[in-house]
Design a protein around this ligand. Sequence first.
Ligand SMILES: *[C@@H]1O[C@H](CO)[C@@H](O)[C@H](O)[C@H]1NC(C)=O
Ligand SMILES: *[C@@H]1O[C@H](CO)[C@@H](O)[C@H](O)[C@H]1NC(C)=O
Ligand SMILES: *[C@@H]1O[C@H](CO)[C@@H](O)[C@H](O)[C@H]1NC(C)=O
Length: 332
Amino acid sequence: MLVEFAFIILVINIQEILGSKAPRIKPFHFSGELSMGLRTGVMCIVIDGDPPFDFKWLKDGISLPEKSELSVKSVDEFTSTMSIKNLNADSNGNYTCRVSNSAGWDEKTDVLNLKGANFPKIKPFSFSGELREGLRTNVMCSVIDGEPPFDFQWFKDNQPLSQEKGQYSVQPFDEFTAILTIKKLDSASNGNYTCRVTNAVGSDQKSDVLSMKGFKAPQIKPFHFSGELRTGLRTGVPCIVAEGDPPFDFKWLKDGVTLQEKSGLTIKLVDEFTSMLSIKSLDAESNGNYTCKVSNSAGWDEKSDVLNMKGEAIIKDEALSCGYICERKPTT
Ligand SMILES: *[C@@H]1O[C@H](CO)[C@@H](O)[C@H](O)[C@H]1NC(C)=O
Ligand SMILES: *[C@@H]1O[C@H](CO)[C@@H](O)[C@H](O)[C@H]1NC(C)=O
Ligand SMILES: *[C@@H]1O[C@H](CO)[C@@H](O)[C@H](O)[C@H]1NC(C)=O
């Protein structure tokens, strides 16, 4: 009984050592017309080695994804086919057939590269001709390479362009081209316009800056803290844009640091051209160099004034008593 058992094991081992040969695969190639929507397939044939074989298909080094357009079929002991039903941009990649048996393994790979599965490429565009208030202008975003369908998106200063207000219209001209029209130029039309195009494989974008002639940078009227300035009183200054085209962006700074509204300090937009800074109750911390900075798409301006409460100037000059100020800036 024991002898019989040992004999069987011996037979198996000998068979493995002497008989079983590792598989060898015939190289395969994707061929014929390979374009979107078509069908293709390859065959993995083991031309040498002993069965049984284990077949495995990989795409870009990992197991073939479970997708309805991909199917694998075993034809016979030595052959497996892999077919792709509906070629699309996702089909591109390296396909590998890996075969193993008890003696070893082999693999062959081929690259599937669809024609036309290219990224979109946009032709640069620029705003040209007469650009001034009241006129109409447009630019064309043309895709000169890549496979449709394309998705066109427009941005102004990196924000998606809103067509709601009716200032803009975006019209497809053909499959490869979209036209952006600015119906009536005004100061708010200035900015950096971007066209972004996406297809199944990727995207591209191009930008141009629209800058109307005659569009002026802001100029601020100088302001001054005035009247009586002492602890406990109230004060404020307006920042008035005397010249330039809206929209403006207002910013207040104190000693170079952006001012945030807090209790006792308010910043109010009075109208398109005016921002008001008010301090409810002056204290030692109110002293400093206040700056109003205004910008629009054509440029910027800033004006500053130093708030210096009288009482404290005296304290500093005469060093009569050491309060708040001396603690922080000891006199030498
Ligand atoms: C396919 O394999 C080749 C060579 O190994 C490599 O250069 C290429 O980047 C691979 N392509 C993909 C899509 O993985
Ligand atoms: C316009 O916007 C694009 C996209 O964000 C950017 O790459 C480009 O530098 C901008 N151009 C200017 C002049 O600001
Ligand atoms: C106040 O700040 C402005 C802007 O930073 C600067 O140009 C100006 O010299 C400062 N004035 C004083 C008196 O420090």
